[in-house]
Design a protein around this ligand. Structure first.
Ligand code: LRH
Ligand code: MN
Ligand code: MN
Length: 430
C-alpha cells in the first residue's frame, strides 16, 4: 500500500477549484492544435508517460564553497529525502524514480526498498563518489581516484564503484553513473596520456563487474574541482571511454558541464548518431556548473535538446534509450519547489518538441528555406502547452497546480517542526 506524504483527498479538493478553467483551456488548445493537424490527446498521453528521475541530493539545500544557508525542515538522511521525493512525485506525477549517491545515501537496501515502495517510488541510476575521501580510509583521492598514480588508490575507487553496483542490484537500479572531477591544477602536474590510460584501465575493471542488463554512464565536465585539466573534460573524452569499454557504456550529458554558448543540442545529436547517448542530468546555467533549475535561464536550449530527442525517436535511431534525470543544487529556493518546477519545465520542453511539424521542417531544410525552418521550430516552442501538462498530471492523480497545492498543504512547516535545523555550514552540495 502506498502511503503518500500529502492526503490525496486534499489534492483532489484543491484540483476542484481549477478543474473548470483547465477544461476550457484544454479544449481551446485542442481546437488550435487540431487546425495544425495535431491530436491533443495523443500528445497528452505521451506527456503522461514521460518520467524524469530526481537526485536524492537535490532535496537538501545546496551551498557554494563560500557558504550554505540551511532551509527549514531539511531532510536529515536518505529516508527523509525519500519522503520529500514522494511529495514531488505525488504532485507532479512525473518523477517516480530517485537517483542515489553513495556513500551519502548508504543504508540497509531492504529498508531503502521498503521505504520507496511505501511512497510509490523506484530507484534510478546509482552514482559513485570518488571525488571526496572515503571515511576511515588512509588512502586519499586528493590527487585522483580512477586515474590516480597509486594502484592502491585506483583499486579502492574501482571497489567503491563495484559496491555501488552491488547496492543498486538489491534496490532495482539498472545503471551506474561515474563522474570524477579529477585532473590537474597546474601545467606539468600530470601526463595527459598516462592519466587517461590509467582511467581507462580502472573503468574497464568496473565495466567487467557490470551485470548484463546494466549500463555504465560516464559524465564529462569541463572543469571543477580540477581547474587546469580534467580527466573526462568533454563529450569527446567521454565518447572515447564508452567506445573503449563496450556496448553497455554510454556518455551522459549534464547540461551545466560545458563552456558557455556550447551547442549542446548538437552534441546530443552526435551521441545519438553514434549510438552512445546515455541520457541527461538536467539543470540550467548561465556561466558554468551553476546547477540552476531546468528551464529557468535558457528554456529554448532545453526545447532544442528535446527537439533532437524527438527527431531521433521519429527516425527510430538505434540504441536510443536515454535516461532522464535532474541534477541541481538549490541554494535560495525550497528544493521541493525547485524540483517540481524543473520537472514541469522538462515536460514542457518535451511537449513543445512533440508539436514540431517534422515533415514540414525537413522540407524547409532540404529546400534551404531558412526562415520557414526556423519558424517551424519557433511555432512549436511558443505554443503554451500548460493545459496539456496539467491534464496529464490530473489524469495520473497529481495536482493541476503543483506549487500552489504544495504551499497550501503546509508540508514544509510540518516537516520543519519534526526535523530540527541542520544549521548552515561553510560549504557543501548536500
Ligand atoms: C558533478 C555532478 C555529478 C555529481 C553531482 C553531485 O558536478 O554533476 O553528477 O555526481 O554533480
Ligand atoms: Mn551531474
Ligand atoms: Mn555538475
Amino acid at each position: 500500500m502506498t502511503d503518500l506524504p500529502i492526503s490525496p483527498e486534499f489534492v483532489t479538493d484543491q484540483n476542484k477549484a481549477e478543474d473548470a478553467a483547465l477544461a476550457n483551456d484544454y479544449s481551446s488548445l485542442g481546437e488550435q492544435l487540431d487546425r495544425r493537424g495535431i491530436d491533443i490527446d495523443a500528445i497528452t498521453k505521451k506527456v503522461a508517460a514521460f518520467a524524469v528521475a530526481v537526485p536524492s541530493w537535490g532535496v537538501g539545500t545546496g551551498g557554494t564553497r563560500f557558504a550554505r544557508f540551511a532551509g527549514p525542515g531539511e531532510p536529515r538522511g536518505i529516508f527523509e529525502k525519500l519522503d520529500d521525493c514522494g511529495v514531488i512525485n505525488q504532485l507532479t506525477r512525473a518523477t517516480p524514480n530517485v537517483s542515489l549517491h553513495i556513500p551519502w545515501d548508504k543504508a540497509d537496501p531492504k529498508e531503502l526498498k521498503a521505504k520507496a515502495d511505501q511512497l510509490g517510488l523506484g530507484f534510478d541510476a546509482m552514482n559513485s563518489n570518488t571525488f571526496a575521501d572515503a571515511k576511515d580510509s588512509p588512502l586519499s583521492y586528493k590527487f585522483g581516484s580512477l586515474s590516480h598514480t597509486d594502484p592502491a588508490v585506483r583499486q579502492q575507487a574501482i571497489a567503491h564503484n563495484i559496491e555501488c553496483i552491488e547496492i543498486g542490484k538489491t534496490i532495482g537500479s539498472k545503471a551506474l553513473t561515474i563522474w570524477t572531477g579529477e585532473g590537474t591544477n597546474f601545467p606539468g602536474q600530470g601526463n595527459f596520456t598516462r592519466a587517461f590510460e590509467r582511467y581507462l584501465d580502472s573503468s574497464k575493471a568496473v565495466y567487467a563487474a557490470l551485470p548484463d542488463d546494466w549500463r555504465l554512464f560516464t559524465e564529462h565536465k569541463m572543469y571543477e574541482p580540477a581547474f587546469y585539466s580534467t580527466i573526462i573534460q568533454d563529450w569527446g573524452s567521454s565518447y572515447l571511454v564508452s567506445k573503449e569499454l563496450g556496448p553497455k557504456a554510454f556518455s551522459l550529458v549534464d547540461l551545466g558541464h560545458h563552456a558557455p554558448n556550447t551547442n549542446i543540442e548538437m552534441i546530443v545529436a552526435r551521441l545519438i548518431q553514434f549510438e552512445k547517448l546515455a541520457g541527461f542530468h538536467f539543470n540550467d546555467s548561465k556561466y558554468g556548473d551553476d546547477d540552476l533549475d531546468a528551464g529557468s535561464i535558457n528554456p529554448f536550449q532545453l526545447f532544442l535538446v528535446f527537439n533532437e530527442l524527438i527527431d531521433a525517436e521519429a527516425r527510430k535511431a538505434k540504441n536510443f534509450d536515454p535516461a532522464y534525470m535532474i541534477d541541481q543544487s538549490h541554494n535560495v529556493t525550497d528544493p521541493i519547489e525547485s524540483l517540481m518546477s524543473s520537472a514541469i519545465e522538462i515536460l514542457r520542453a518535451y511537449a513543445q518538441a512533440l508539436l514540431v511539424d517534422r515533415k514540414a521542417l525537413e522540407g524547409y531544410q532540404d529546400g534551404n528555406d531558412v526562415m520557414m525552418a526556423n519558424q517551424t521550430l519557433k511555432r512549436a516552442f511558443t505554443t503554451d502547452v500548460g493545459p496539456i501538462l496539467a491534464k496529464a498530471r490530473l489524469a495520473k492523480g497529481g495536482a493541476i497546480d503543483p506549487l500552489a497545492v504544495y504551499r497550501a498543504s503546509g508540508y514544509r512547516a510540518k516537516v520543519a517542526a519534526a526535523r530540527p535545523s541542520t544549521g548552515g555550514s561553510s560549504s557543501g552540495i548536500v
